[in-house]
Design a protein around this ligand. Sequence first.
Ligand code: KIV
Ligand code: NA
Length: 265
Amino acid sequence: YKRVTVKSLIEMKKNGEKISMLTAYDYSMAKIVDAANVDVILVGDSASNVMAGHETTLPITLDQMIYHASSVIRAVNRALVVVDLPFGSYQSDPKEALRSAIRIMKESGGHAVKLEGGLEIKESVKRILNAGIPVMGHLGLTPQSIYKFGTYTVRAKEEEEAIKLKEDALMLEKAGCFAIVLEKIPATLAKEVAELVTIPVIGIGAGNGVDGQVLVVHDLVGLTQEFNPRFLRRYMNLYEEMGKAISDYVSDVKSRDFPSDDEQY
Ligand code: KIV
Ligand code: NA
C-alpha cells in the first residue's frame, strides 16, 4: 500500500483529484473503509452521538477518543487517520491543547488532529503544529459550539459570518494547517474558500466546489435512521438489512432450525 500523507493530499488538490474522507470509530469498520481506498479516515467526535448515543458531541472524553483512534489505527494500511480533539481538551489554553494532541499521537498512533474554530484557537493550532503534529481545521457548523448557535442549521448565510469564515480559513492556512473541513455552509461560499486557499478544503454539506467530501460512514450505509439532512446520500439501508438478518436468527433459534447438524461438533 502506498500510504496517504498530508503531502499527498496537497498534491491531490494541485492535480485536481478529489479527496474522499469518511469516519470510522472501531477496528471492524475501519478495515472496510480503508480497504475501499478512502483517502482520509476521521475518528470524529461524532462517535459521541453514533457510538455512545449522546445528543451532542460535547460529552466524549479524550480517553474515549484515544480508545476509538487506537482501534482504527490497528485496522488501517493506507488511509491518513485524523483524530478529533474533543470538547474541553483544547479550548482552555494552548499548552493544554498541545498536551491533548500529544496524548492522541502517542497513545493512539493517529497521524493528525482536527480542531474546531478559527481565530479563537490560533495559538493552540500554532503550538500543536510547532510540535510537528499535522492539524486539520474545521469551520462553518462546529458542533462543539452547538449551545452557542442553538441549532444545526446552515452557517455563514449572512455576510458578516461569511467574511469571518474566509479570514479564519486564510489564518489556518497561514498557520500551517494541511486541510480544512467546511461543514454545512452555502456551496458558493465553500467554493470561494477552496479557491482562496492552496490547502485542500473538504466539505460536508458544502457543495461540489470544494476539494473533497466527508460523511459519517454510519449515515452513508444507513445504519443511522433519524438523521436525514439534505447533504446526506444513503448508499444502502443497513439498519433494515441487519434488522432482517437478526430477526431471521431469532426465528431460527426459536424454531430449533439453528444450529443444524452441520453447524455443531
Ligand atoms: O466528527 C465528525 O464526524 C466530523 C465530520 C462530520 C467532519 O467532524
Ligand atoms: Na467532529
